[in-house]
Write a protein that binds this ligand. Structure first.
Ligand code: BTN
Length: 242
């Protein structure tokens, strides 16, 4: 394991990507930053965070050979590793909002950005994680919160990082052993709004109702519509309203 601690960087994902392209990077190489000037989120969004208050890091663990056809298992395993870490800290009411946001009491406290780099025709996966830990102000972000806002406790960032690494190793082991069903079942058991009447927005901006039933191994969301028809949605096709 190699942990690289940075004061400030554009993005830990970009930094690790550059490392992978220019040198040999071994499993569990982790880049942590106190501050990102260009933190990146899913679907081209920004990830902003106050300096020194939150956990922002990128991790390299080559799992691709175990999940060649189904990279979404990496996403499920990482979401579960974070969930387990936060459960151990007694953070209440935790769920995974598909595909991989972590919510506590319906507020987003963690985001995950998984990216791929191709080097010498081989694919490497970078797992970027941002957890709102000790920040207390989230201006203009009504759906965001932090561990401190939820519990009133000030947390040690290093301890949380060490626990995420520990649980990432445990879930990686599950994938290496081929325990795909177990990982998917546990992920689905923790899905936000599973089996609850929910409203969704499609790409045309139209609202529709349905029940989240689970995910496919390709990572599509399975929703039962009012006519009992089950539809499968890609991330770009649907937004869960909450
Ligand atoms: C999301 O949109 O929910 C994903 C956010 C991921 C943010 C983390 S912070 C560390 C790593 N570096 C980045 O630039 N992004 C990820």
């Amino acid at each position: 394991m190699r942990i690289i601690k940075l004061d400030a960087i554009d993005s830990t994902n970009s930094f690790l990507k550059e490392m992978i392209c220019t040198e040999t990077v071994t499993d569990y190489t982790i880049v942590v930053a106190e501050y990102q000037t260009n933190g990146r989120g899913q679907m081209g969004t920004n990830w902003d965070s106050e300096k020194g208050k939150n956990l922002m890091f990128s991790l390299f663990k080559d799992l691709s050979i175990h999940v060649v056809e189904f990279p979404f298992y990496i996403s499920m395993a990482i979401s579960l590793a974070i969930l387990k870490t936060l459960k151990a800290l007694n953070i209440p009411d935790l769920h995974i909002k598909w595909p991989n946001d972590i919510l506590s009491a319906d507020k987003k406290i963690c985001g995950i950005l998984i990216e791929n780099v191709i080097k010498n025709k081989l694919n490497s996966t970078i797992i970027g994680i941002g957890i709102n830990v000790n920040q207390t102000e989230f201006n203009n972000l009504p759906k965001a919160s932090s561990l401190k806002n939820i519990t009133g406790v000030h947390y040690n960032l290093d301890e949380i990082l060490q626990n995420i690494i520990k649980y990432t190793k445990a879930y990686s082991e599950c994938l290496q052993q081929g325990e795909y069903e177990a990982v998917k079942n546990e992920y689905e058991a923790n899905l936000f709004r599973k089996n609850k009447p929910s409203t969704f927005k499609n790409t045309e901006g139209e609202l529709f109702s349905g029940f989240i039933k689970g995910v496919t191994k390709y990572g599509k969301l399975m929703v039962t519509l009012e006519d009992e028809v089950v539809k499968k949605f890609d991330l770009k096709e649907v937004t869960l309203m909450y």
